[in-house]
Design a protein around this ligand. Structure first.
Ligand SMILES: *Cc1c(COP(=O)(O)O)cnc(C)c1O
Length: 402
C-alpha cells in the first residue's frame, strides 16, 4: 500500500468515481406520478422522457426500458441475431455491452480497440469481415463518453449488410461530426444507471428511426401481448418497460444534462492541465470532430515510465521504482486518500467467461486494448468534486512518480 512517508491526509468525505446529482425537478415529477396514481409502466413521465431523448439525440423513436442492458438485449433481438449466429463486439467495454449476445444463444467475436479513441478499431473490423464474411451484426460501445469512429464503422457495416448497434450507454450528450452518439447505429442504446451522466437511479432506452422496430420493442418489453380480448402471446415476452417513477427522476435530470457535461469537461481539463508535466496522457479523442461528454477522465502511463506491474485473475501487484509508476500504484494511492479510481474495463477476450472466444486484432501478439488496460486507469470524475479535492488527487498521482 501507499507508504506513510509521502502520505497525504485522506479526504473526510469520500471522493467517488461518479455519483448522481440531485435536482428538485426529480421530486416534482415523481410526486406528479404519485399524485395522479400513474405508479406503473405507463404515464406522462415515460412519454416525456421518450419524446425529449428522441429529440435531443436525433432519432425518430425512443422506447423507455428498465435498464440499458435490457435495451441492448432487445437491440440484439431486433437485429435478428439467432442461436448459433456470431456478432462482432467491442472488446474493451463493460460486459453489459456483450452479454445480450449470449442471452440470445449467439456468440461474440471480439474486436480490438484503437489508440485514437480507445474504441472498436475500424481497421480491425474490416479484417474481421474478411475473416467472418457472414456476420450480420456489430455492437460498438462509446467508451467513457468518447465517440467511436462511428462513420467508418457504420460504412463498413453497411457494405457488409450488417446491422450496427451503438451502445451509447456512457456517451449520452456526446457527439461526433455534429451528430449525437446514440444516433449512429441502426439501433441505439443509452443508460440512466446511477453513475452515468444523468440518472433515474436506473433506466435505459432504445432508439431507432424505424417505427415498426420501436413498436416491436415496446411490445416485447411489456410481455408481448397480442391484440386479442385475452392474454394471448405469439412471441416471447419480457418485463423490461421503464417505470413511470423512474422516468420522473430521469425527466427531472434531462434539463441538467448539458450542465453535468460542462462540469465533467472541466474535471477532464483540470486533470489534463495538472498532469501535463508527468509521463501520462489523458484518454484521447479527436478534438476537431468529437465532443465527448467526458463521463470518466482516464489516464495512461507512458510505456517507458511503467514500473513493473503484475496482474493475475484476482490480484494486482507492482514493484515501486523511482521516477516510474503504474495503474496499480496510482489506484492504491488514490484509495489511500479516500477517493475512488477504477481500472480500465478489462478486455472481454481476457475475461474468464469468454476465454477461447475469437478475437480479431491487427496485432494479435500485442493487442492494443490489453496495452491500454495495463497502462490505464479511470480517475475520480465526479462532477461535484471541488478544485481543491482535484488538486489533492493530482498531487497524489505526482508523488507516485517521485
Ligand atoms: C452502464 C453501461 C451499460 C448498461 O447499462 P445499465 O443501465 O446499467 O443496464 C451498458 N454498456 C455500457 C458500456 C455501460 O457503461
Amino acid at each position: 500500500m501507499y507508504t506513510a512517508t509521502n502520505a497525504i491526509r485522506p479526504f473526510e468525505k469520500k471522493v467517488w468515481l461518479a455519483t448522481p446529482t440531485r435536482h428538485p425537478e426529480m421530486m416534482r415529477y415523481i410526486q406528479e406520478a404519485y399524485d395522479t396514481n400513474w405508479l406503473s409502466t405507463i404515464g406522462e413521465n415515460i412519454n416525456e422522457v421518450e419524446r425529449q431523448m428522441a429529440e435531443r439525440i436525433g432519432c425518430a423513436y425512443a422506447v423507455g426500458l428498465g435498464t440499458g442492458t435490457a435495451a441492448l438485449h432487445l437491440a440484439v433481438k431486433l437485429a435478428g441475431v439467432k442461436r448459433g449466429d456470431r456478432v462482432f463486439c467491442s472488446d474493451m467495454t463493460f460486459s453489459a455491452t456483450v452479454n445480450p449476445v449470449s442471452y440470445e444463444g449467439a456468440e461474440q467475436i471480439f474486436i480490438d480497440a484503437e489508440y485514437g479513441t480507445w474504441n472498436l478499431d475500424p481497421d480491425a473490423l474490416e479484417k474481421a469481415f474478411r475473416l467472418y464474411p457472414d456476420v450480420k451484426c456489430c455492437i460498438v460501445a462509446d467508451l467513457y463518453g468518447t465517440p467511436a469512429k462511428l462513420d467508418r464503422i457504420r460504412e463498413t457495416c453497411r457494405a457488409h449488410g450488417a446491422v450496427l448497434i451503438e451502445d451509447a450507454a456512457e456517451a449520452l450528450g456526446s457527439s461526433f461530426r455534429g451528430k449525437s452518439c446514440g444516433a449512429y447505429g441502426d439501433i441505439n442504446c443509452i443508460s440512466f444507471n446511477g453513475n452515468k451522466v444523468i440518472t433515474g437511479s436506473a433506466g435505459g432506452m432504445l432508439l431507432t428511426d424505424s417505427r415498426e422496430d420501436a413498436d416491436r420493442v415496446r411490445k416485447w418489453s411489456t410481455q408481448s401481448r397480442d391484440a386479442a380480448p385475452w392474454y394471448q402471446h405469439s412471441e416471447m415476452g419480457y418485463n423490461y418497460r421503464m417505470s413511470n417513477i423512474i422516468a420522473g427522476a430521469i425527466r427531472g435530470q434531462i434539463p441538467y444534462l448539458d450542465e453535468h457535461i460542462a462540469q465533467k469537461r472541466a474535471v477532464f481539463e483540470r486533470y489534463r492541465e495538472g498532469l501535463k508535466d508527468l509521463p501520462v496522457s489523458m484518454n484521447p479523442f479527436d478534438e476537431t470532430e468529437m465532443k465527448p461528454n467526458h463521463w470518466l477522465s482516464c489516464l495512461t502511463v507512458r510505456k517507458e515510465y511503467m514500473c513493473q506491474q503484475t496482474r493475475t485473475d484476482s490480484k494486482a501487484e507492482f514493484v515501486p521504482e523511482h521516477g516510474k509508476s503504474c495503474p496499480t500504484e496510482i489506484l492504491n494511492a488514490i484509495a489511500s486518500i479516500n477517493a475512488e479510481g477504477r481500472p480500465i474495463w478489462k478486455p472481454m477476450h481476457c475475461q474468464p467467461i469468454f476465454s477461447g472466444m475469437p478475437f480479431v486484432s491487427l496485432d494479435p501478439a500485442s493487442p492494443t486494448d490489453e496495452d491500454i488496460f495495463a497502462r490505464g486507469l479511470c480517475l475520480p470524475s465526479d462532477n461535484k468534486m471541488t478544485e481543491e479535492e482535484q488538486n489533492v488527487i493530482i498531487e497524489v498521482i505526482r508523488r507516485c512518480f517521485d
